[in-house]
Design a protein around this ligand. Structure first.
Ligand SMILES: NC(=O)c1ccc[n+]([C@@H]2O[C@H](COP(=O)([O-])OP(=O)(O)OC[C@H]3O[C@@H](n4cnc5c(N)ncnc54)[C@H](OP(=O)(O)O)[C@@H]3O)[C@@H](O)[C@H]2O)c1
Length: 282
């Protein structure tokens, strides 16, 4: 296995830890997907983000085994889809994820999306609370929850999610959600951390910082996440970019650079994205 730097970790409020950067696995599938995930593990990633809806949990488990890394050195995070929010459905869903992954426990399991129109996310949360007690899931969290959704599950169970995985990137910096997470002791995890199709890789504030620091625009964006305290999960199928995206702990943006990058954000009061991954009916 290649030499790589150790990734800093965040301590979660349940006592567990997560690496400060994870690896997004959507839409990696099949043999090429396994290859990309093995190469990510070789590059040093120690958190793989999957979901029932990505239909690649089998590939994630296979990549973990092919990497030869000890199970306890790699964290696997998966997600409960909206159609599995009933209590028994949620328990069966997590067991199904474990079967496909070929694992005895998942390190982190999230409710993928609150599906407020179905209004069963509190039930789904109760199931995850019990699955954590049973040891099938080490840590539990949510994704795409608003402040109101967070309030409801915490009031109902007294259990605070360790993370809320939300869309977060320079064009959608989510200051209100980040402050709410800080108040509640929730770690912000960022999906589409680059901004995907709208990645601001050519914006002057990003390229100027990249030239000053001798790094790439992608590294500047990921360093912006790190300095905000956000845990990004970039996806790349390219081994060079995989390595580059982890190599963001040896340089620092100035406060002015961080603020200038945040000001690329558009506050139009709705989700910026539109990725099929977050469709409510799933
Ligand atoms: N919870 C949710 O609802 C939700 C929703 C969406 C996504 N997610 C999760 O978040 C992960 C990441 O999100 P994402 O894949 O949408 O977006 P992303 O990681 O922000 O962007 C991925 C794209 O950026 C490119 N890229 C990666 N590193 C780069 C670099 N250094 N320079 C230039 N381009 C670079 C990749 O291309 P190459 O592969 O060619 O490098 C890929 O096209 C997903 O894989 C998934 O695990 C969760």
């Amino acid at each position: 296995m290649a030499e790589h730097a150790t990734i800093p970790t965040y301590k979660l409020h349940d006592g567990n830890t997560l690496p400060a950067i994870g690896f997004g696995t959507y839409p990696l599938k099949g043999g090429d997907g396994i290859g990309a995930m093995v190469s990510a593990l070789e590059a040093g990633y120690r958190l793989l983000d999957t979901a029932v809806n990505y239909e690649n949990e089998t590939e994630v488990g296979e990549a973990l085994r092919r990497s030869g890394l000890p199970r306890e050195e790699v964290q696997v995070a998966s997600k409960l889809p909206g159609r599995h929010h009933g209590y028994d459905d949620a328990v069966a869903s997590v067991r199904g994820s474990l079967d496909r992954l070929g694992l005895e426990y998942v390190d982190l399991h999230l409710i993928h999306w609150p599906n407020p129109s179905v209004d069963k996310y509190v039930e789904a949360w109760r199931a995850l609370v019990d699955l954590q007690k049973d040891g099938l899931v080490r840590s539990i969290g949510v994704s795409n929850f608003t402040i109101e959704h967070l309030g409801r599950i915490i009031d109902a169970t007294g259990v605070v999610p360790v993370v809320n995985q939300i869309e977060l990137h320079p064009r959608f910096p989510q200051p209100e959600m980040r402050s709410a997470h800080e108040r509640l002791g929730i770690r912000t995890e960022a999906w589409s951390p680059m901004g995907k199709r709208n990645a601001p890789l050519e914006e002057e504030v990003v390229t100027a910082a990249a030239s000053r620091l001798g790094v790439t625009p992608g590294q500047v964006i990921l360093r912006w996440h790190v300095q905000l305290g956000s845990l990004p999960i970039p996806k790349s199928a390219n081994p060079d970019r995989q390595r580059q995206n982890l190599d963001v702990f040896g340089f620092e943006l100035t406060d002015d650079e961080v603020a200038a990058i945040s000001s690329l954000g558009r506050y139009d009061g709705r989700l910026f994205g539109g990725d099929p991954d977050v469709h409510e009916e799933m």
